[in-house]
Write a protein that binds this ligand. Structure first.
Ligand code: ADP
Ligand code: MG
Length: 241
């Protein structure tokens, strides 16, 4: 879907530090996310996962260190989509309006193009018949699938997911994970924070385990789940698996 020339990594992160009141939430993180890669970021609550994602999207300004996006520190982040735990849909807009407002307002697409693309994506996820409904009329799982479509309609190079299923009732988790899994197979670059370990193992190309703001393991899902190399990761997996 988003094939790009060149092999500059999507993100190159060097010695990233983000402090709040002089306390580091992200502490000297160096890693990269390649084009087309699906990277899962896992770790205990409060370990800095959200802060790390928010730095990638410039929602937080790093205290120090450097983040290159497609090789450039200033590259505009309009091409970085984000899906949050709480869907953040506009309650007073219909589903179609929620999806099309950003591409139209930013001049990315004409209204007609945005509507056509939104309708295609809605059909693909089986929610076309909800296009004129309001968010209140949808289940949590449906709202989160709409939030994913809303990110996709901007044609991002990369989508960041921060615990996309944590606010959902258990029976709705699967329908959202299925949409994300489908995306992973399109070649789009993704970074996901989740506590769904089975899903991480199945879908990820790479796992970053973060604890106290540091990446302690940065490895394949096979290695992470079958032979974690740190006691911290072992203790974490003992708790969540
Ligand atoms: P995670 O997503 O892994 O649960 P966070 O990135 O949300 O962790 O938080 C990491 C640490 O940074 C926590 O100690 C949290 O309290 C702190 N933190 C996060 N955001 C802020 C903020 N805006 N102001 C102050 N402290 C923050
Ligand atoms: Mg978080």
């Amino acid at each position: 879907m988003n094939e790009q020339p060149g092999n500059t990594p999507m993100f190159q992160i060097s010695r990233l530090v983000k402090e709040f009141n002089s306390v580091p939430a992200v502490n000297d993180v160096t890693t990269q996310i390649d084009r087309g890669e699906v990277v899962f970021i896992v770790g205990p609550s409060g370990s800095g996962k959200s802060t790390f994602l928010r730095c990638l999207n410039l929602l937080e300004e790093p205290t120090s260190g450097e983040i290159l996006f497609k090789g450039d520190v200033n590259q505009f982040r309009r091409h970085v989509g984000m899906v949050f735990q709480h869907f953040n849909l506009f309650p007073h807009l219909t589903i179609l309006e929620n999806i099309t407002i950003a591409p139209v307002k930013t001049g990315r697409s004409t209204r007609k193009e945005a509507v056509a693309q939104a309708e295609t994506l809605l059909r693909r996820i089986g929610l076309y018949d909800k296009r004129n409904s309001y968010p209140l009329q949808l289940s949590g799982g449906q709202k989160q699938r709409i939030a994913i479509v809303r990110a996709l309609v901007m044609n991002p190079d990369v989508i960041l997911f921060d615990e996309p299923t944590s606010a959902l009732d258990p029976e709705m988790v699967k329908e959202v994970l299925e949409v994300i899994k489908g995306l992973a197979h399109t070649g789009i670059t993704m970074a996901l924070v989740t506590h769904e370990m089975g899903f991480a193992r199945e879908v990820s190309d790479r796992i970053c385990f973060i604890d106290e703001g540091r990446i302690l393991e940065d490895t394949t899902p096979e290695a992470f789940f079958s032979q974690p190399s740190t006691d911290r990761a072992k203790a974490f997996l003992d708790k969540v698996l």
